[in-house]
Ligand binder design. Structure first.
Ligand code: SF4
Ligand code: SF4
Length: 365
C-alpha cells in the first residue's frame, strides 16, 4: 500500500487559518483520531534550531505549534512540547514557543531537563548506540513538526533530521565529527530509527531558501504537509522546493533501508499535487561524491567570522565539535581542523559566521 501525504495550501500564519488547514490536511490522511487516543501522552517535537524569532524562518512557527496543541487536546491526548536546541532556554523563549504553550497551559520540556539514556540502535549503519531523550522514549505518541528549509551540509532538513534534536548535546557534537556527508546522513537515519514519529506535519507556510537552516532568506511556500510516514513527507516536501528526493542523502538512505516511502511513485499525494505548489526556490547545490566537505574546503571557500556582527558570545566556540575556533579576541576558525559541520554557521545568533567571497553557496540555485 502507498504511503499517504496530504498537501494543503495555507497562505499565512493567521492562527484560525493554520488550524483549519492542519485539520483538513490530517483529515485527508485518515484523521488525528486514528493516531492519538484518549489519554495518550503526546510529545510535539518542533524544530527549534536556536534563539531565532519566528519571522527569521528558522524555527517551526508558534501558530503551527499552537494549532497542533489544540488538535491533540481535542483528540483526547495530553500534549507537551519538547526539543533540545543548541542554546536551550533563549531558543524556546525567542522562537515564541513558550508564549503559545503558556496560553494553552502546557509544559515545554528542554530535553536536558529529564535527561537521556543510552539506547542500542540494532539497525544502525553508522551508530550502534547513543544517548537519547527519555522524554521522547516515554511518550505514547511522537509528532514531529519540522520546518521546510534548506541545509548547508545535508541540503534539506525535514522530518528525518528533526529527530537529531532528541540526542544528548555531547552526542550531537560527536556525531558532527563524522567527516563525510553520506556517513553523517546515515547517522541521522540511525537516530531516526530509535523512535520514528507517529505523525509528521511540516510547517511549509514560510520556509528558508539559499544556505539554510538558520540564516538564509525566508521564502513563502504556502503549504502544510502531513503524513504518518516521515520519509514520505520528506520526499514530497523536498520535491516541492525542487529537489529530487533521491539526491537527499537522508531520504535516499531511509528509502534504501525500507524505513518509509522515499520515491514519489510509492506515495499517494492527497490535496494539492506537487506540480501545483512547486515553487522557484534557491537550493544548496547537490555535490556528488562522498567527500563533500573536503571538496568544499578546497574548491568552495571557507567559513569566516564577520567581526562587525560578532558579539563574542562564544556559542560557536562551545559547540564546535573539533575545537577549531579560538577567541583572539574574535572567533578565528582553524581551517586545518574544521570538519565543515556548519554548527557555528547554524547556531550563531548574530549570523556572524559567513562564507568567504569564494563560496559557490552564495550563488546556490
Ligand atoms: S561568531 Fe556568532 S556565535 Fe561566535 S562568538 Fe561571534 S556572535 Fe557568538
Ligand atoms: S569551525 Fe564551525 S564548521 Fe568548522 S568544525 Fe567548528 S563548528 Fe564545524
Amino acid at each position: 500500500m502507498k504511503s499517504k501525504v496530504a498537501v494543503v495550501r495555507c497562505k499565512e500564519y493567521d492562527f484560525e487559518e493554520v488550524k483549519k488547514t492542519m485539520q483538513e490536511s490530517l483529515k485527508l490522511i485518515g484523521g488525528l483520531g486514528n493516531i492519538v487516543r484518549k489519554g495518550n501522552k503526546v510529545l510535539l517535537k518542533p524544530n527549534i534550531a536556536g534563539p531565532f524569532p519566528p519571522e527569521q524562518g528558522a524555527t517551526t512557527h508558534p501558530s503551527v505549534i499552537k494549532a497542533m496543541i489544540q488538535l491533540v487536546k481535542e483528540a483526547g491526548g495530553i500534549p507537551v512540547v519538547g526539543d533540545g536546541p543548541g542554546t536551550i532556554l533563549p531558543a524556546f523563549e525567542i522562537s515564541g514557543i513558550i508564549k503559545v504553550a503558556d496560553e494553552e497551559g502546557i509544559e515545554v520540556i528542554p530535553f536536558n531537563k529529564n535527561g537521556f539514556e543510552m539506547v542500542k540502535i540494532p539497525m544502525g549503519e553508522q551508530l550502534k548506540e547513543i544517548y537519547f531523550s527519555k522524554d521522547v522514549l516515554k511518550k505514547d505518541i511522537v509528532i514531529s513538526i519540522p520546518k521546510l528549509k534548506t541545509h548547508a551540509l545535508v541540503y534539506y532538513t525535514g522530518a528525518i533530521k528533526n529527530m537529531f534534536g532528541a540526542i544528548l548535546p555531547d552526542s550531537r557534537k560527536k556525531t558532527h565529527r563524522i567527516d563525510d556527508v553520506e556517513l553523517f546522513s546515515k547517522a541521522l537515519v540511525d537516530i531516526f530509527t530509535i523512535r520514528k514519529p507517529d505523525l509528521a506535519i511540516m510547517d511549509g507556510i514560510v520556509g528558508m531558501e539559499g544556505v539554510g537552516p538558520t540564516h538564509g532568506p525566508v521564502k513563502k511556500i504556502g503549504v502544510i504537509i502531513s503524513s504518518t510516514d516521515s520519509v514520505a513527507i520528506d520526499a514530497v516536501s523536498s520535491s516541492v522546493i525542487g529537489y529530487d528526493p533521491m539526491d537527499i542523502p537522508t531520504i535516499r538512505n531511509a528509502y534504501m533501508r525500507k524505513l518509509g516511502a522515499g520515491r514519489l511513485e510509492q506515495i499517494e499525494i492527497l490535496g494539492e499535487q506537487i506540480k501545483e505548489v512547486r515553487i522557484d526556490f534557491k537550493r544548496v547545490p547537490i555535490l556528488k561524491g562522498r567527500d563533500k566537505r573536503r571538496f568544499m574546503r578546497l574548491a568552495l571557500g571557507h567559513l569566516i567570522v564577520d567581526t562587525n556582527k560578532c558579539k563574542k558570545c562564544k556559542i560557536c566556540v562551545e559547540h564546535c565539535p573539533s575545537e577549531a575556533i579560538r577567541l583572539i579576541p574574535y572567533p578565528t576558525i582553524d581551517q586545518k581542523i574544521c570538519v565543515y559541520c556548519y554548527c557555528c554557521f547554524e547556531l550563531c545568533p548574530e549570523g556572524a559566521v559567513i562564507f568567504d567571497e569564494k563560496s559557490m553557496l552564495g550563488k546556490s540555485s
